[in-house]
Ligand binder design. Structure first.
Ligand SMILES: Nc1nc2c(ncn2[C@@H]2O[C@H](COP(=O)(O)OP(=O)(O)OP(=O)(O)O)[C@@H](O)[C@H]2O)c(=O)[nH]1
Length: 328
């Protein structure tokens, strides 16, 4: 079945497609923004998959709105796979094709299944896989001895052809070395990024068609949808309000629900500063609130997505509690 391997030369005329996956909150959007900042002359488009019903990630990508296509409320590895392929087709059909397409998988997507979908021979000539990257949270690798044990997070790690280690900036050199060694022991090529300079230096990884088709079994060779790891189902709540929120109550609500939240992210307008959008980020027990840009500025619409494991996250109570945050 040689037809599965497009010759390298044939790929050079195609639009490079970079797949970026990794667990909830690993740092995918942050890394994508680093790529965008590092290659300012490239006309990039991003296909951004948010598991929740609101596309917060699409709002946080530093590209014009017309260059970011959100695919929400599902995963591009399964329910939204057809939408992903038709979105790529749409981008290819534009009068001016992008110089690169970045696909951000949702944090609960199986990278292997996204990769398999893109091996489709129809796409090779026009949109060829450039690289398949898993962003892994270096802090988690440092702190969790069971990081590589069976889990969706570990499977995503295995399916990435290259690992970008995030959150290494707050570590000592010894800690960084320890994380790198653990990752290299898994037989992976890995790099960490402290600033944009490092991304520019990744010439052999980005926009150079480093993806090895020959080493990757395709669909017709019998690769099936990834089912090796039983994935605990996730549930999400998308909450929105046109009225500002009382931050003190919001903090209490987050504190109360924190043990059941894997991830929360949103753009919020607080009653004490109703004109200023704040970006709220929560990954595990790490929370940040910072000034941010809202592409919908003017609407002053607070919106936030919460994700947790089904059966643990109490969506009904969370919604009621969030409603209590709306300032009188
Ligand atoms: N210090 C530090 N923080 C980071 C780094 N990368 C990501 N973060 C922070 O981690 C949080 C999550 O980052 P995102 O880039 O939104 O993660 P994501 O993988 O896109 O998240 P989901 O799409 O929700 O799965 C944010 O608060 C980021 O600022 C990093 O390299 N260093």
């Amino acid at each position: 079945m040689t037809a599965l391997t497009p010759p390298a030369g044939a790929r050079m005329g195609a639009v490079p497609v970079i797949v970026i996956g990794g667990f909830l909150g690993a740092g995918k959007t942050t890394f994508i923004n680093r790529i965008i900042n590092s290659f300012p002359t490239r006309k990039l488009s991003a296909v951004v998959n948010d598991f929740g019903a609101i596309d917060i990630d699409a709002d946080l990508i530093n590209l014009g709105r017309e260059q970011v296509i959100p695919l929400r409320n599902g995963c591009i590895c399964c329910s939204l796979q057809g939408d992903m392929l038709s979105t790529i087709r749409y981008l290819l059909d534009q009068p001016v094709r992008p110089d690169g397409i970045i696909i951000e998988c949702s944090g609960v997507s199986q990278i292997g299944d996204v990769k398999t979908a893109l091996l489709d021979a129809v796409f090779w000539k026009e949109a060829a896989l450039d690289s398949v990257i898993c962003v892994a949270d270096g802090q988690d690798i440092l702190e969790d001895p069971a990081y590589f044990a069976q889990s969706l997070r570990a499977e995503q790690f295995r399916d990435g052809d290259f690992i970008i280690l995030s959150k290494m900036d707050q570590m000592s050199p010894e800690q960084r070395q320890s994380v790198r060694e653990r990752v290299l022991a898994q037989g992976k090529r890995a790099e960490f990024v402290l600033d944009n300079t490092a991304v520019q230096q990744m010439e052999n990884l980005l926009f150079s068609f480093s993806f090895d088709y020959a080493a990757t079994p395709g669909r017709s060779r019998g690769l099936r949808a990834s089912d090796a790891v039983p994935v605990q189902p996730f549930a999400s709540l998308a909450w929105e309000s046109d009225r500002p929120i009382a931050f003190d109550i919001f903090q209490q609500v987050i504190g109360a629900h924190a043990p059941t939240l894997l991830r929360a992210k949103g753009i919020l307008y607080a009653s004490h500063a109703p004109e200023t959008p704040a970006v709220f980020q929560m990954v595990g027990n790490r929370v940040t609130v910072g000034a941010g840009h809202d592409p919908e500025a003017g609407t002053h619409r607070s919106r936030i997505v919460f994700i947790g494991y089904e059966g643990q996250i109490d969506l009904r109570t969370l919604r009621t509690d969030m409603d209590r945050c709306v300032a009188e």
